[in-house]
Design a protein around this ligand. Structure first.
Ligand SMILES: C[S@@+](CC[C@H](N)C(=O)[O-])C[C@H]1O[C@@H](n2cnc3c(N)ncnc32)[C@H](O)[C@@H]1O
Length: 458
């Protein structure tokens, strides 16, 4: 949704909240979920899951659920900008502990600044919400004044948020600057402000899928749809299993195995199964291991839709004892997911340095466990969707230093067309969202991903 409605000003503060008032429930849920994300670091995907999400979210009509998601996505994507615009409209900072008030203002301002929601409704509903909550009732007039001013002066106020640094937590920007330099770190922060295109991996011919969807084929072979709207399940080819949704970067690690036809392959962290599907579609005999039963079920459903097969195992990698080693082993390890912030803006506000460091330890352990399952001469690909070299390069380097049986088999430019800049001096693959420039920012970029191809000598 884009903002194109003219500002409409309510003449005076709204009447007290009526719980059945159209639109109020969705704004209340948006405010509650925003609090859960930023105050208690809860994942937005979990909160908005159709089966297991927040009960108040699940109780909403599908249309209202979509509105809540749209509000939260932009409220988190542009959190710093929105905060700066609000700050420019108040004389003194909001009192400490005024979290409820802050969230109401953010939800209201997100709609006025970035969504195609009538300003009057956004202001009115925010005032009603403030009024109805004992923690914020005394600030209802302030909410009215601030949001009305934002609606009136939107164009003039928005430059207050022009610096992409604003929308990235300082700790993340510091780590990216240390890893990639200031220019790249700022380019990553800037592209994170732009909604991501939708990427697909074709089951067979990417050109056919691109024609069917009105999309383009990227140099890497991924099919990219820019500016698409509506549910993925309603796009042509979904029911027939002609494609699956997979970011251009996420499609790269499996390519590093080369020809998989007839080979024994293991996907050790398999769900929801994008990479298992790639391996199976390439003709491998795939074993897919996954620790989460619900996620493994989803993998099964995805493979069934695609008409692909894999032997699935529910369990922990630490306890996995296959009958024989594998020619190809993929460890797409759990990580902080900071490479996916553009698609999941909550990640920027829910992760911490401590979590990055803890996950690096988990990955190091899993890499040792995964390596034990590789046959002599076989290939181990270690990957994850973190932008933090502490979870990628550093883990791979430490593993190589302690495991003389394995050596890096450098990624070649012909394996990642259009992404030569993603090959590091050590032969690893390191993508950032600032790579893969296309005609417009909306069509550009890809997830931040790390991948190392490690060959077992004996
Ligand atoms: C990054 S996701 C994998 C994404 C998947 N490869 C894909 O492309 O669709 C990591 C997965 O590893 C699973 N996992 C985490 N720890 C595990 C363990 N010890 N053993 C097996 N699976 C694990 C998680 O439940 C999660 O589904």
């Amino acid at each position: 949704m884009s903002k194109n409605a003219k500002p409409q000003r309510p003449a005076r503060p709204a009447a007290p909240a009526n719980p059945d008032r159209p639109g109020l429930a969705s704004r209340r849920v948006a405010t509650r979920l925003l609090s859960a994300v930023v105050d208690t670091r809860t994942s937005l995907d979990g909160l908005t899951d159709r089966k297991h999400g927040h009960p108040e979210f699940r109780a909403l009509e599908a249309r209202d659920q979509a509105l809540v998601k749209a509000i939260l996505t932009v409220a988190l994507r542009r959190r710093g900008t929105i905060g700066a615009v609000i700050a420019a409209c108040i004389e003194k900072p909001l009192p400490a502990g005024a979290a409820a008030l802050r969230h109401i203002l953010h939800v209201g301002a997100a709609q006025i600044l970035f969504l195609d929601v009538p300003d009057a409704a956004a202001v009115d509903l925010a005032v009603s919400q403030a009024d109805a909550d004992p923690r914020s009732a005394r600030f209802a007039r302030l909410v009215n004044a601030v949001l009305r001013r934002i609606a009136r002066e939107r164009e003039a106020l928005l430059p207050a948020g022009d610096d992409p640094r604003l929308d990235t937590p300082a700790w993340l920007l510091e780590r990216w600057t240390a890893a990639y330099g200031e220019r790249e770190a700022l380019a990553i922060a800037a592209i994170h402000r732009v909604p991501a295109p939708l990427d697909f991996t074709a089951r067979r011919d990417p050109a056919d899928v691109a024609r069917m969807l009105g999309a383009e084929v990227l140099p890497t072979g991924t099919v990219r749809l820019t500016g698409g709207e509506g549910a993925v399940g309603e796009l042509p080819g979904f029911a027939a299993g002609d494609w699956w949704v997979q970011d251009a970067a996420a499609a790269l690690p499996v390519r590093l195995f080369g020809d998989l036809a007839g080979r024994r392959a293991a996907d050790l962290c398999a769900a929801p199964g994008g990479k298992t599907a790639q391996m199976a579609a390439a003709g491998a005999r795939v074993t897919a291991l996954e620790i989460s039963a619900s996620r493994l079920r989803r993998l099964g459903e995805n493979l069934a839709r695609l008409g692909l097969e894999a032997q699935t195992h529910l369990g922990d990698l630490g306890d996995f004892r296959p009958d024989a080693p594998f020619d190809a082993v993929l460890l797409d390890a759990p990580c902080s997911s900071t490479g996916t912030i553009r698609r999941h803006p909550d990640v920027a506000w829910t992760k911490t340095t401590e979590e990055v460091e803890k996950l690096a330890g988990v990955q190091a352990r899993m890499l040792r466990q995964g390596a034990a399952l590789v046959a002599p001469g076989g290939c181990l690909v270690f990957s994850n969707c973190s932008l933090d070299p502490g979870e990628g390069e550093a883990v791979a380097r430490a593993f190589l230093a302690e495991t003389p049986d394995f050596a890096v088999e450098p990624v070649r430019p012909d394996e990642v067309p259009g992404l030569g800049e993603a090959i590091t001096g050590e032969g690893f693959l390191r993508t950032t969202p600032a790579m893969l420039g296309r005609a417009s920012p909306e069509a550009s970029g890809l997830d931040g991903f790390f991948a190392a191809r490690l060959r077992r000598a004996r």
